[in-house]
Design a protein around this ligand. Structure first.
Ligand code: AMP
Ligand code: MG
Length: 351
């Protein structure tokens, strides 16, 4: 399966081989991050992103084929992110996939970017359905039960910012370079997390929704107050995020147990770019262990946006007999759980 990913600021192509339930084999996984193009703005600029995708996607696909030592004819089907995401970028990837599918007479598989994140642990570990997913990325923050490759049950979602967005905006406030998440983690490791008292919205409430905007505002006020220690502020911010993520996930573990009592060895899966944060991963590991859940966190390069996850999600859909019409359109919003009203993509423009 050839997979293409262009929904945000990564231009990516990958080739994946395998069969359901996985694990699969990654033959090539090329990711071109447009960080340099967006860095001056401190966030992703949609128009710059779509133009950059258009310029480099062909070359990225060529590179992936070379790395896998395959020709386009060898590919069984072509998968591309069809949403949710920045619409211009999604159009570039999906239209390229359509052109290749038409020219090569191959099936086209439209993939939900979030399903790509959700199914990555099957590519890496062959984790069996159902499992609980904490999806924490630049555009999303959700807790869902993954029942199969097409069926997801939403337990909670952010009411405002995504977790990665909170990291990126906080980094900007602290004067750390874009993309901020990894830099906040580095600064936090050198700081005192108890130095500044920051709020933890929704903590202790029922349900599994998230909120980060109050935390971000408090950090802004702290910074505007002047004369702060940046490392201590980063550590205090990260500690607040960890508390929020663990508290909300704890409730979702109970919801999952209630909904799937027959699952004897339940698994918590963490996906999305923020899952690359080691402190967050450790805290969630302790939480899972204390609640008799296994935990799986894919390697960082498969947590941040990539096309191997899109190829794998396409492979799962293809194996289930799916094939999409050439007229299928790109979608800016596309929630995994149809009952999720309007939260398919929480971020349109972070700059
Ligand atoms: P994605 O949207 O899945 O590509 O993930 C990108 C998001 O993950 C961005 O908001 C990053 O700031 C965030 N991110 C990446 N690495 C880390 C990290 N080590 N700690 C916190 N956030 C991170
Ligand atoms: Mg993503």
């Amino acid at each position: 399966m050839l997979g293409l990913e262009t929904s945000c600021d990564e231009t990516a192509a990958a080739l994946v081989r395998g069969s359901v339930p996985g694990p699969g084999e990654i033959l090539a996984n090329i990711v071109f991050s447009q960080n340099e193009a967006h860095a001056p703005y401190g966030g992703v600029v949609p128009e710059i992103a779509s133009r950059a995708h258009l310029e480099i996607l062909d070359g990225v696909i060529d590179q992936a084929l070379k790395q896998a030592d395959l020709a386009l004819e060898d590919v069984d089907a072509i998968a591309a992110t069809a949403g949710p995401g920045l619409i211009g970028g999604v159009m570039v990837g999906l239209t390229t996939a359509k052109a290749l599918a038409l020219a090569m007479d191959k099936p086209l598989i439209a993939v939900n970017h979030l399903a790509g994140h959700a199914l990555t642990v099957r590519l890496t570990d062959g984790v069996a359905f159902p499992y609980l997913l904490l999806l924490v990325s630049g555009g999303h923050c959700q807790l869902l039960a993954v029942e199969n490759a097409e069926k997801f049950r939403l337990y909670g979602s952010t009411l405002d910012d995504a977790a990665g967005e909170a990291f990126d905006k906080s980094a900007k406030l602290l004067g750390l370079a874009y993309p901020g998440g990894p830099n906040v983690e580095i600064a936090a490791a050198k700081g005192n997390a108890k130095r500044y008292a920051l709020p933890r919205p929704l903590l202790g409430r029922s349900g599994a929704d998230f909120s980060f905007s109050g935390l971000k505002t408090a950090l802004r006020q702290l910074v505007q107050g002047g004369d702060i220690n940046g490392n201590d502020a980063a550590a205090s911010f990260q500690a607040a995020v960890i508390d929020i993520l663990c508290d909300r996930t704890k409730n979702a573990l109970a919801m999952f147990r209630r909904d799937f009592p027959a699952v004897t060895s339940p698994c918590l899966v963490v996906a999305g770019g923020v899952a690359a944060n080691v402190a967050i991963g450790s805290a969630l590991t302790v939480l899972a262990e204390n609640n008799d859940f296994n935990i799986r966190i894919p390697p960082a390069r498969l947590c941040t946006d990539n096309a191997a996850m899109i190829a794998w999600a396409g492979l799962e859909r293809h194996a289930a007999g799916a094939c999409d019409p050439i007229g299928i359109g790109p979608r800016a919003r596309w929630p995994l759980d149809p009952s999720d009203r309007g939260q398919g993509d929480q971020r349109q423009d972070t700059a």
